[in-house]
Design a binder for this molecule. Structure first.
Ligand code: UQ1
Length: 455
C-alpha cells in the first residue's frame, strides 16, 4: 500500500473512530529504510488474531450480537486459504477431494469486519496493542488470540525430504500438500510393512493418526492384502507406533480401540516416538535413551506440533507456549481483556474443531459481559469430540469434557453407547459436519451439540 492510499484509508477510518496516523520522523530512520517511513495506528474494539475455525466462528458470533459497527472488529491472518482440516483424513482415505475443502479466507470474512491479511509481529498487552509485520499497530479494547498451532514438519529428521519425495511411501494427513499422498501410497502398497505414527506431546485431533490407519486397514482387507484373523501370513503387516502409553486419552474409548487393535492384528508400539526417517528405516526413541529401528514400506507420519513462535515468545504464553487462559472463562490469567480458545490456548482438552463449537459462545458471552462492566461468568466445561473412523462406513463418536469424562450428545436421547462404531456417525463426519461447518459454523450460527444458535 502506498502512503497516499494509506492516508486515504486512514482518513476514511478516522471519520468513524479516532484513528491516529503517525508519520514516523524521517530523522530517526537510517538511510536504508527511508523508502517507506509511514506507519499507522488504528483502533478496534476487538482484535482477533487468527482466521481459522476459532477466529472465524468467534468474530462472526460477536458481529451477530448487533453491538458492533463497521470495522469495530478486526481479524489478523496472513493466510490466503482457509482449510476444513477435519476433512483431510477423508482425503487420505480417498473419500474427498482436497481442493473442495478449502475456500479463500477473504471470502469467509463478513465485510463488516476489518481484515488484515498479514502476519502479526508482536503483542504488547501492557499497552493494549498488537504490531503487524509492516510495523502498523492496532489498539484494542479486547484481544482474542486464536492463531492455532504449528505443525512442525522439521520435528522429525528426514521427514520433510521423505514427504516431498514422490517415490517414498511417507505421507501425512496433517498438511494440505501431503494429505492426498496418503491415499496414493495406501492404494499403491501391495505388500510389506505399514507403520502409522503418533508423536509424544500435543497434537490437534488426537484420533486422526489412527483414523487413517483404520481406513487403510479396511482398504487392504477388501483388496485381499490383509486378513485381520491371520495377520502374520498376510502380505501387509500393520503397526501403530505411538508416543502415548495407550490408544486414546479417554479410558472409555481407549478400551474399545485397544480391543479393535487386538482383534484386527495390529501391532502396538506404545511409548515409541518417531525421531528419524532414513531411507526405509524409521527410528523411534523409547524408554530412557533407547532407540528402535524398523523397516517400513509405507509410513503415515503425524509430526510434532507446538505453539507458534510469535505466541511462545510473547508475554501471553505459559511455559509450554500456549496462551495462558482460565480453563472455564477463557480469559487470560494476567491480562483481563485478553482471551483465547482453540489450539493456541492452554485449555487442557483435546484440540478439535468440535471444541470450538463449545468454546466460542462462552468466549463471546464473556467478552460482551466484560464490555458492559459485568462479571465474565460463563463457563466452558472442556467439551471436545473426536468422530473416530474405525472402517469405511463406521465412526465411533467420542465426546468428552475435562477429565476425560464422556459427554455424549446422542447417548441419552437415543439410549445408545457412542463408543460403538455406527453408520449414522459416519455420515455426520463425512457429509454433515463439512456442510454445516462452511454453511453455518464459520458464519457464527452453529453451536455444535446445541444445534443452531439464536441471537
Ligand atoms: C461439530 O459441531 C463439528 O463441527 C461442524 C464437528 O466437525 C468438526 C464435529 O466433529 C463434531 C463432533 C461437532 C459436534 C456436533 C454434534 C452434533 C455432536
Amino acid at each position: 500500500m502506498s502512503s497516499s492510499q494509506l492516508l486515504v484509508t486512514t482518513a476514511a477510518c478516522a471519520a468513524r473512530r479516532s484513528v491516529i496516523t503517525q508519520l514516523a520522523p524521517a530523522a530517526v530512520r537510517t538511510f536504508a529504510s527511508v523508502a517507506n517511513v509511514t506507519s499507522t495506528t488504528r483502533n478496534h474494539k476487538v482484535v482477533v488474531v487468527g482466521g481459522g475455525s476459532a477466529g472465524l466462528t468467534i468474530s462472526h458470533q460477536l458481529l451477530r450480537k448487533g453491538k458492533f459497527s463497521q470495522d469495530d472488529i478486526a481479524i489478523v491472518d496472513p493466510a490466503e486459504w482457509h482449510h476444513y482440516q477435519p476433512g483431510w483424513t477423508l482425503v487420505g482415505g480417498g473419500l474427498k477431494n482436497k481442493e473442495q475443502l478449502r475456500k479463500p479466507l477473504k471470502s469467509l470474512i463478513d465485510p463488516k469486519l476489518r481484515f488484515y491479511n498479514t502476519e502479526l509481529a508482536s503483542f504488547s498487552p501492557e499497552s493494549n496493542t498488537v504490531t503487524l509485520d509492516n510495523g502498523d499497530k492496532l489498539n484494542y479494547e479486547h484481544l482474542v488470540v486464536v492463531p492455532g498451532i504449528k505443525v512442525d514438519f522439521n520435528s522429525i529428521k528426514g521427514l520433510q525430504d521423505a514427504l516431498s519425495n514422490p517415490d517414498s511411501g511417507v505421507s501425512s494427513i496433517y498438511g494440505y500438500d501431503t494429505c492426498d499422498k496418503a491415499d496414493r501410497t495406501i492404494k499403491a502398497l501391495k505388500g510389506g510393512q505399514a507403520i502409522f505414527t503418533q508423536p509424544m506431546g500435543v497434537v490437534k485431533c488426537a484420533g486422526a493418526p489412527q483414523k487413517i490407519m483404520w481406513l487403510a486397514l479396511d482398504h487392504w482387507k477388501k483388496s485381499g492384502l490383509y486378513d485381520p484373523a491371520n495377520p502374520s501370513s498376510s502380505p501387509i503387516h500393520i503397526t501403530f507406533a505411538t508416543g502415548l502409553p495407550v490408544m486414546f486419552g479417554v479410558p472409555k474409548y481407549s478400551a474399545v480401540l485397544e480391543k479393535l487393535r487386538k482383534e484386527r492384528g495390529v501391532e502396538g508400539l506404545f511409548a515409541h516416538d518417531l525421531v528419524e526417517i532414513n531411507g526405509n528405516d524409521a527410528v523411534f526413541s523409547h524408554g530412557e535413551n533407547q532407540k528402535l529401528t524398523r523397516k517400513f514400506d509405507l509410513m503415515h507420519v503425524t509430526p510434532k506440533m507446538g505453539a507458534h513462535a510469535f505466541v511462545k515468545s510473547s508475554p501471553l504464553a505459559n511455559e509450554a507456549g500456549f496462551v495462558d487462559v482460565d480453563e472455564e472463562t477463557l480469559r487470560h490469567k494476567k491480562w483481563k481483556n485478553v482471551w483465547s480458545a482453540g489450539d493456541a490456548s492452554s485449555l487442557p482438552t483435546s484440540k478439535t474443531a468440535a471444541a470450538i463449537t463449545a468454546q466460542a459462545p462462552v468466549l463471546v458471552k464473556n467478552v460482551l459481559r466484560s464490555m458492559k462492566g459485568k462479571e465474565a461468568d460463563e463457563e466452558y466445561d472442556g467439551y471436545t469430540s473426536c468422530p473416530l473412523l474405525t472402517e469405511y462406513g463406521k465412526v465411533l463418536l467420542a465426546e468428552f469434557k475435562y477429565g476425560g469424562v464422556p459427554k455424549e450428545t446422542f447417548g441419552k436421547a437415543l439410549r445408545i453407547d457412542q463408543a460403538v462404531p455406527r453408520r449414522a456417525f459416519y455420515h455426520l463426519k463425512k457429509d454433515f459436519f463439512p456442510w454445516v461447518y462452511y454453511k453455518y459454523m464459520v458464519k457464527g450460527t452453529w453451536g455444535g451439540p446445541k444445534g443452531w444458535l439464536r441471537d
